[in-house]
Design a protein around this ligand. Sequence first.
Ligand SMILES: Cc1cc2nc3c(=O)[nH]c(=O)nc-3n(C[C@H](O)[C@H](O)[C@H](O)COP(=O)(O)OP(=O)(O)OC[C@H]3O[C@@H](n4cnc5c(N)ncnc54)[C@H](O)[C@@H]3O)c2cc1C
Length: 449
Amino acid sequence: MTKSQSWGIIGGGMLGATLALRLAQQGERVTLFEGAPHLGGLASAWKLGDIVWDRHYHVTLLSDTSLRSLLAELGLESEMQWVQTKTGFYTSGKLYSMSNSIEFLRFPPLGLVDKFRLALTILYASRINDWRSLERIKVTDWLTRLSGRRTTQKIWIPLLRAKLGQNYERTSAAFIWATIARMYAARRSGLKKEMFGYVPGGYARILDSLSQALNEAGVLVNVDHVAKRVVSSAKRGTEITFTNGQLRSFDQVVLTVAAPAVADLCPQLTLEEQQKARSVEYQGILCASLLLRKPLAGFYVTNITDTWVPFTAVIEMSALVDPAHFNGNALVYLPKYVPGNDPLFSKSDEELRSNFVSALARMYPHFSPSDILSFQVSRVRQVFAIPTLGYSEKIFPVNTSQPGIHVVNSAQILNGTLNVNETIQLVEKALPELLATKVRSAAFEATSV
Ligand SMILES: Cc1cc2nc3c(=O)[nH]c(=O)nc-3n(C[C@H](O)[C@H](O)[C@H](O)COP(=O)(O)OP(=O)(O)OC[C@H]3O[C@@H](n4cnc5c(N)ncnc54)[C@H](O)[C@@H]3O)c2cc1C
């Protein structure tokens, strides 16, 4: 058995925190550094009026087995609430329920043949196992071939544009395949129903329990620590310099931050590595949370194809989560996915509010702006890596050219969408590789004495 090593982990989102826990459980000495004043990153919670809930909407699927195992370990899985939710579709100025096959057959914007081809596309995509060939095909070409031109123009492209902006033109078919595969995973794994789950208390509660587990496992957690530079040296191990002037040294350092930030932080990486890290393009988000006196329409997700609507979708969290958690009110999210350099990032909450609220009033005639108890916007410039054509070539390996510098981040999700289950699977996959590096460096030390 090799002796334990010291590990510094940069980024205290679900990925960094889970990785810290797993390494500590293997007997390693781990310190976790998070730039924000609290753990959680994209999954963190905030206060909205008189409630505390996730900054961005989160659900768990029955098929999210890695996440559910972690929740079981934290003692929270048995408390999960599982709910069958309804889905809405807003198209040509009208709101439709699309929650079952009969409603799908009645859906007026598409003819019967179009619907048949659309259903076949989804069924076909849900059965594909090998995504490799899909990452070379443009998503629009693939969908046009399967669903036909009309459905692609009327349904698919507006949905793709909503999530990816104009980048949808350069996105591969693997993106839509991964999205469909996630939604159908529950059925594929033999679980008949599509149910969405949540932990009472949301991610605030999950992160509290995770922090406690980290503490019990001996992980030292440092929040308010923004890493500025990571340098590996034969004599001093790998050093992290922080913006607050501190310098800390470890045997191994793992970065869980976005790919371009890896290039910024690690000047010793080779030119090829730097270019690879910088070539990953991200989609960002402006995500408004609204606490309302009344629900809107009772759909967990309402997909939107009308381009005049200034947000991507409507997420009614209170259609899933018992409104008692929101003091009887309704919690609604209005996400708008945009590239990280979009001018919308410079708009104030007030400007976005007037734009978003007038659209809501047009979509839901019974909605009144006086129903709003609270309105807050979360802004993140780098949320998920856009799976452009041939994306797998951009994937950064866990072990870099520099001894003691490693990368595990969500840009390494190869055949999936961004979600916490995938995030935890990245940790499960990387752990043996990281521990193997440790064995190699220990062997090197032993032979070089
Ligand atoms: C709108 C939205 C909806 C979502 N819905 C769902 C859902 O329904 N279900 C689901 O499972 N998942 C969902 N997700 C995805 C989920 O939030 C992510 O999979 C997960 O939170 C990613 O964790 P991470 O640690 O990889 O990244 P992050 O959460 O981004 O963590 C990275 C951390 O690194 C820190 N950091 C960055 N730079 C530095 C630095 N220099 N020094 C120190 N720290 C630094 C950041 O502050 C951050 O805390 C959603 C995400 C969004 C945005």
